[in-house]
Design a protein around this ligand. Sequence first.
Ligand code: ADP
Ligand code: ZN
Length: 722
Amino acid sequence: MKKSALLKQYFGYDSFRPLQENIIDKLIAGDDLMVVMPTGGGKSMCYQLPSIMLEGITLVISPLIALMKDQVDALRANGIGAAYFNSSQETHEQQELFEQLASDDLDLLYVAPESIGLLDHQLKSAKISLIAIDEAHCISTWGHDFRPAYTQLSYLKKTYPDTPLVALTATADRATRMDIKKQLGIINAPEYVASFDRPNLRLEVRPGTNRIQQITTFLRSFSNDAGIIYCLSRKTCEGLASKLTASGYNTAAYHAGLSFEERSQVQEDFIKDEVKIVCATIAFGMGIDKSNVRFVIHYNMPKNIEGYYQEIGRAGRDGIDAHALLFHSYADVIQLRRFAEGSGNTKVQLAKLERMKQFAEALTCRRRMLLSYFNEYQDKDCGNCDVCLNPPDFFNATIPAQKALSVVVRAQEQASMNLVIDLLRGAQNSTVLESGLQSIKTFGAGKDISWNNWQQYLVQMINIGLLEIAFHEQNHLKITPQGKAVLFNGRQVELAVVPKKDDQLVKKQRTSQDLPVEVNRQLFQDLKDIRTQLAKAKQLAPYMIFSDASLKDMAARIPLDDNEFADINGVGTHKHDTYGQEFLALLKQHKELRSTAFVYRDQRPKKKSAASSGKKKSKSDTVATTAALFWKDMDVNEIAVHRKLATTTIISHLVKRYESHADVDLSRLVDADILNRILKAYPHIRDKESLKSVFEYFEGKIDYDSLRIGLTWAKNQSVVSN
Ligand code: ADP
Ligand code: ZN
């Protein structure tokens, strides 16, 4: 049977991810390999599919004892013969395993590195067709997570010289990779390093002010979704968890102060969707395969980019949109510096922290910056980070910058950032009065700018090198030579305008997330409920029944028979047989939602036929009907479903309505920054009537629907302002 047919049959997937196919071919051909893929990139498939294709057993070495059961359960849910062996098992369980080994119906066997020796005898009589070493960086002291038990794995290649061996990890630089290969005795193995890009992760950084309030606002658009919030200290972790619980979110705390049992319980509840949000210190989440984590928040800044990337990688493994939100505060930086200084290897740690800080302060595409850290260079901005979505506007800030620099100098470079701001704003508080600095000439010179904005401007001034924080002198601000050029020689300064609303991006995210996949939300929720019931009955984690991506696909396409169901993303033969009836029964009850616009993607009717179904009514009627639904707060997708029309038709109705009555809120359809870009460009666009030439004017970066809406709006605006 062909690889791709097996991929569909056992896993329900239609295509391989980058490199998977290549890797599988090589392993089947008997080669040793070294594989590096980001968390969530799909490493397991690289040995799981060969395990089905090859005769005999694939041995998987994994350090994550607590998760072996989950991994094995997930494989069994796909009809694959899998088992595990580790020290946590009872004797009778091990006995069962030995019988299974002898009986030959096992494709995969997961073993902890320290237990492999105990299996020697049993393995002698079995046929080992492939050996996979997961989390292979643990073998190297160069890596960040060295495990002594891994060093004994060198004997594997000696014992099974003809069996292909693959080492897999999510983090290994060149030196670590060489070390891993050397120790495993596969020194000449080719390396397959996948792109570290995870385009479905929305990257966002916000200033760490009012974090709790920002988080509760953020969570409003994630009701019912699972997420992790990383905190630096146990105390923050617990405080945040109890606040969120009090606000009605199903939250648990997870940190080293809890007993082993308590921690395992939290982990299990999270995997099973019984706890939605976990506030955790960094120890949480290692190796969790839960595919439907929709957001990761860093309440505090991580100490390096490796850690940050690994942690955000736990979101969105199913490939659908997920959000990574990082809060950035100088207090965190100062604390992390202290930690770094108290540890060995201080220089490297400080340098890594510095890179992390630069990332948080970036005014250019964050993903490009992140990927360049992993030596991967992209020539385009990503379009899915806060900087890309909300490019900062710059203004000539020479005067405010001079005011701030002057305060710093007049305070003899003895004032911290907070005091500098108080002085600028002419505050009469005790710190100011005690400093005796209320008599400096520039006291109160920056009253017109809010406290918050001053903070942002000063941070930017530090980033562009006009000011420096003296970490060793109570964090006083110092002026740099560049700063002096601004203050004394009038060198011009540009700073980014501070965005007004913190929650702007979140709002945008939900609309941009929901638009491309036309999903009926209620049905999606109902499908999730069935999944939960089935998971409880089978004692499995819900994501093992079907991923969120599969349920979304069902809700969007509404398959009504076995043929159509089999076509859904993530539906393989085994799951189809086991769960198909339950899901189909529900889907069939919602037959009426399956409008012409939503039938299988490739069969969707062209615009014309979709529009023609609206022809029965007169044009103005149909436009008014759409507008009425829009006023009832239905969004374009919902109206399209309701009216059985294509979304483009609905949009054109709303545009028409706006042209004649200007009473629909077009900003609900298009991001405010896109509208503003179109408005700004409007006077300069020559051929406004030709959508194609406008499209080209924006170099294809704005889609046609948004352009049509934006042009209509801009036209109206310019009429109003003339
Ligand atoms: P990691 O590299 O972190 O070990 P996993 O192997 O757990 O990643 O894969 C992450 C998710 O991607 C899993 O839910 C897995 O089922 C899914 N996946 C793997 N390969 C594919 C594929 N070819 N198409 C769709 N989803 C895939
Ligand atoms: Zn970007």
